[in-house]
Write a protein that binds this ligand. Structure first.
Ligand SMILES: [Zn+2]
Length: 321
């Protein structure tokens, strides 16, 4: 029923491509990040993801939108989108047919989030999940601890007359960082690329704190949120004593500050950490786990725990059911 063709997942029975990297007639798009959302003739997504795709991909794409839990049928199968907790509008796809229940997680994160619906985990027979942080060293500290450290760092820089610059991906992470810093009462300034998507968030009903759009020469007294670019970004040369930070799960790596060329690194991610990946499998109780987008060794971690698991290779031709 399901197969992987040239690295993209294809559900043959319902003639549906899933987060395909190539352009398709009709494709389900789990969320708006560019490695998942490509231009297709027709995109199936949540209304929020469609709004993000419209903003990022431009016109001439037809959208077929389904709210979370608004089921729809394709052939003999019943499909449902449900929250993935990754970025605004991100969804997991559930396909139910007589052979069982299949869930495609897309990118997901468990636990609290200020800017999108928290992820749900559903019982299923077969799951295809991402395992970006599928190694034990990527077990993140408690979220509140990381948020407090980020706020303290930014406030400390402002108090010292410096300009704290937080690097965060323009879709999702940046808006979450703005919500965290805004909740602490810190004055915010957002780079244009982030502002563009923040507007979509607000249009879609997400409460973001007030912020100013980035303007050169006006950054004093603000926490500046901008896409990753490191200390070499020319924009920084126009700021008073910039101090930079990256907000990413990869901050768990000891070399993260060096790799990103920043002064500080905070391990806040929109992906599940190692512990959450294991928790997902415990809760979903699938008879088989298929993995992609991450460390292949996570399949061994699951098998060691008695779970049937297999890493899906890029060019596998595989019938899942
Ligand atoms: Zn993503």
């Amino acid at each position: 029923m399901f197969s992987v063709v040239s690295g993209s997942l294809y559900a043959a029975d319902v003639d549906l491509w899933i987060d395909s990297s190539g352009s398709r007639e009709r494709c389900y798009v789990s969320h708006g990040h560019s490695d998942h959302a490509r231009r297709h003739v027709r995109i199936i997504a949540t209304p929020q993801s469609a709004a993000i795709c419209r903003s990022r991909l431009g016109g001439e794409i037809a959208y077929e939108t389904y709210a979370y839990d608004e089921g729809f049928t394709m052939g003999e199968a019943r499909l449902t989108l449900f929250p993935a907790g990754h970025v605004l509008g991100s969804s997991q796809l559930q396909i139910e047919c007589e052979r069982g229940r299949f869930v495609y997680t897309g990118d997901f994160k468990l636990g609290e989030t200020l800017t999108c619906r928290p992820a749900e985990v559903r019982r299923c027979d077969l799951v295809l999940m991402e395992c970006t942080f599928g190694r034990p060293q990527y077990t993140f500290p408690p979220r509140e601890e990381v948020c407090a450290a980020l706020v303290d760092w930014a406030r400390g820089a402002l108090d010292a007359g410096q300009t704290p610059v937080v690097h965060a991906y323009a879709l999702g992470k940046a808006q979450e960082v703005m919500a965290i810093l805004g909740r602490a009462g810190l004055p915010l300034m957002a780079h244009g690329a982030i502002d563009k998507l923040a507007r979509v968030y607000v249009e879609q009903g997400v409460a973001l704190p007030p912020y100013a759009r980035y303007e050169a020469g006006k950054t004093d007294g603000h926490v500046v949120v901008m896409p990753p670019g490191g200390n070499s970004a020319p924009i920084l040369a126009k700021m008073t004593e910039p101090r930079t930070a990256i907000v990413s799960g990869w901050a768990m790596d000891s070399g993260a500050r060096y790799r990103y060329g920043v002064d500080a690194a905070f391990p806040l991610s929109d992906h599940a950490d190692f512990a959450a990946l294991l928790r997902y499998v415990e809760l979903a109780q699938p008879s088989k786990v298929l993995l992609h987008h991450g460390f292949k060794s996570f399949a061994h971690e699951l098998r060691r725990r008695g779970v049937e698991a297999e890493f899906l290779e890029e060019h596998a031709q595989l019938t899942l059911f």
